[in-house]
Unconditional design. Structure first.
Ligand SMILES: Cc1ncc(C[n+]2csc(CCOP(=O)(O)OP(=O)(O)O)c2C)c(N)n1
Ligand SMILES: [Mg+2]
Lengths: 331, 306
């Protein structure tokens, strides 16, 4: 248990920045690369201070060429470096797919374990900034589809810091998704060094009547919904898998068995998205315990529009969860 | 150019008044490139602007009203509230392929238009704009190579404005300039003062003529300075003040005005007439845009498929 004195409140952005600082300080193989990440400190200010502390040899301001940067990162990672590449918008990962999917993800397996590609790609997800369809997508499901990649979606400053440190030390390629709307969200983080293992879900709220499995930005949505539901006498358990690959199946399934009802919520597109995989898992493994079909809530299957009155409709919100929970508990 | 500046300034006001969601990109320093290059095209040609080519939209006949409506997420904009400001401001009836956000994907797409024209035996040209930062992307090189190998009627205008977000050109490329790439890929290359609208027009006209007569693509490197931050939220403290001060004296509108005054082409009455015309057009445009409704929330999923 942390007390007031051994932890402090920081933002999710600061948590990421701290993890980068600490890992760079403890391992000279850790380098940071990307567009505007050095002198400027990053477009979202996540790499602030790294350039001053570690210099231009370890914090690389790259030309605008995502595929080249990631390819360089993959090669460096195969030759004993620990590169962390920042891709400004998750939407731009479309440009790096070949290096990630066909090289980084495969190299360990195809080389018979001879080679590894311990690269971390940090990128963003999430709508809500009124920057339209090419800067607002949550594309993590793409990477979950590929064996050999690990996919991380932190929802709190505590998780972000601990998971990023683990990502950097992990010997497999890791895609680390940060919701750009959450950088300023605050939470308690220990002063002491810590890491969080992959594949361990976190129960964010304990409950008996219904399980809500939520990722990234949707964790706070689920928690708010749980508050509302509590006033109606519905006790909600909120679980964040934290890493989608590897996935802590047991914690999710056991919770669904306990509550007998389950909602999965994630900001990616619903169609063939993360919610489909999670719902299928719970449906098959907790089948005989469920009182209702598992409900899926994802972003609407539409390019995210610019106009706020259109955009807002595409993102799942507290009300969506509350209504779904009422429906399930009523059934 | 004056209209470009006026629309740009008004856009900034609207943004600060909270009437424009998202982000906006300043056009300052790019007026002569956008206007000069577009002037060299015929109405049947197609052009794919970048995010600092507001002048190109205006010159192709898009009204300030339409542009404001787009920025204010109203249905009067070409995207009907679906895309932001100078992004996605396309209208093929005006020969405009809207800016494709991911750099420099407008280049290969422009080649597609050039290909269609050539295939059908039409004497049309496709022109696009790109940046010093965008030049580092693979698609930049791929496009130049494809254009040259297929001998397509395409013109590439590279707007070298010294910065790509916070990255100065000496961290972007190791050559002295970018026009060298023209030779590397087998096409004529031109260097032009991007703040001189007549020079830009002249050079572009030559490249457009070559493309139209079957002579293939050209690359034009137009030099200018990005006079504001990358986008409205960027104070650009990384840009040396002195650099901005030097370039301020080369402001494209100022030097054109001076030249025309010195040549006796522009007198006070004409200048006043232009100023009034610009103001009237901008005011009327804004009024129209403001009367354009927000999108109907029920239309959210309309148009995902053709
Ligand atoms: C593939 C891709 N990577 C990154 C970006 C983000 N981005 C938008 S504009 C820009 C800078 C572009 O610089 P430059 O090409 O010189 O054009 P300028 O803004 O200077 O006019 C960046 C990095 C993007 N839109 N697309
Ligand atoms: Mg530039």
């Amino acid at each position: 248990m942390s007390t007031q004195s051994d932890s402090r409140e920081i933002t999710l952005g600061q948590a990421i920045n701290e993890a980068l600082h600490e890992e760079m300080a403890s391992d000279s193989a850790v380098i940071v690369m990307g567009e505007d990440v050095g002198r400027h400190g990053g477009v979202f200010r996540l790499t602030e201070g790294l350039y001053d502390e570690f210099g231009s040899a370890r914090v690389l301001d790259c030309p605008i060429c995502e595929a080249g940067i990631v390819g360089l990162g993959v090669g460096a990672s195969m030759t004993d470096m620990r590169p962390i590449v920042e891709i400004m918008f998750g939407d731009f990962t479309a440009l790096v797919m070949d290096q990630v999917v066909n090289q980084a993800a495969k190299v360990h397996y195809m080389s018979g374990g001879n080679m590894t590609a311990p690269i971390v790609i940090r990128t963003t997800m999430g709508a809500g900034r009124n920057i339209a369809a090419q800067h607002s997508q949550s594309l993590h499901a793409w990477f979950c589809h590929i064996p050999g990649l690990k996919v991380v979606l932190p929802a709190t400053p505590y998780d972000a810091k601990g998971l990023l440190k683990t990502a950097i030390r992990d010997d497999s390629p890791v895609i680390f998704f940060e919701d750009k709307m959450m950088y300023t969200e605050k939470g308690m983080v220990p002063n002491e060094e810590y890491t969080i293992p992959f594949g361990v879900a976190d129960v964010k709220r304990v409950g008996d009547d219904i399980t809500v499995i939520a990722t990234s930005s949707m964790v706070s949505v689920a928690l708010k919904a749980a508050e509302t539901l509590a006033t109606e006498g519905i006790s909600t358990e909120v679980i964040d898998p934290r890493t989608l690959s590897p996935l802590d199946e047991a914690t999710l399934v056991d919770s669904a068995k306990k509550t007998s009802r389950c909602i999965v919520i994630d900001e990616g597109y619903s169609h063939f998205g993360a919610t489909a995989e999670l719902a299928s898992l719970v449906s098959s493994k907790a089948f005989y315990y469920l009182d209702a079909p598992v409900e899926r809530i994802g972003a609407m299957d539409v390019p995210v529009p610019f106009s706020p009155i259109l955009e807002d409709q595409t993102i799942p919100n507290e009300e969506t969860v509350v209504n779904a929970a009422r429906r399930l508990v009523g059934s | 150019m004056k209209l470009t500046r006026a629309v740009d300034d008004r856009t900034e006001d609207l943004y600060k008044q909270g009437k424009i969601p998202g982000v906006i990109f300043s056009q300052r320093g790019h007026e002569a490139i956008a206007v000069g290059a577009s002037y060299a095209l015929e109405p049947e040609d197609v052009l794919a602007p970048m995010h600092r080519d507001l002048g190109a939209y205006l010159l192709r006949g898009m009204t300030p009203g339409t542009i404001f409506a787009q920025a204010m997420a109203r249905i009067g904009g070409p995207s009907r509230g679906r895309d932001t400001n100078t992004h996605g401001l396309g209208d093929l009836s005006l020969g405009i392929i809207g800016y494709i956000s991911h750099l420099p994907q407008s280049m290969p797409v422009t080649l597609g238009a050039a290909f269609s024209f050539k295939y059908r035996g039409e004497a049309r040209v496709a022109l696009t704009f790109t940046g010093d930062g965008a030049s580092s992307e693979g698609a930049f090189s791929e496009s130049l190579n494809l254009a040259a190998v297929l001998n397509l009627p395409a013109v590439f205008i590279l707007e070298n404005n010294r910065y790509a977000y916070s990255t100065p050109t000496h961290h972007q490329y190791a050559t002295r300039n970018l026009v060298q790439r023209a030779e590397a890929f087998g096409m004529p290359g031109y260097t032009v003062d991007g703040n001189n609208v007549l020079d830009v027009w002249q050079v572009t006209a030559e490249a457009v003529d070559r493309a139209r007569s079957g002579g293939g693509p050209s690359l034009i490197e137009a030099h200018t300075m990005r006079m504001r931050g990358h986008a409205i939220h960027d104070p650009a403290n990384y840009v040396p003040k002195q650099l901005l001060e030097e370039w301020e004296t080369l402001d494209p509108i100022k030097i054109t005005t001076d030249t025309l005054r010195n040549q006796g082409v522009l007198d006070h009455t004409t200048e006043a007439d232009i100023a009034l015309k610009v103001k009237t057009e901008v005011d009327a445009g804004l009024k129209w845009a403001d009367s354009s409704p927000l999108p109907n929330p029920d239309t959210l999923t309309a148009g995902i498929y053709a």
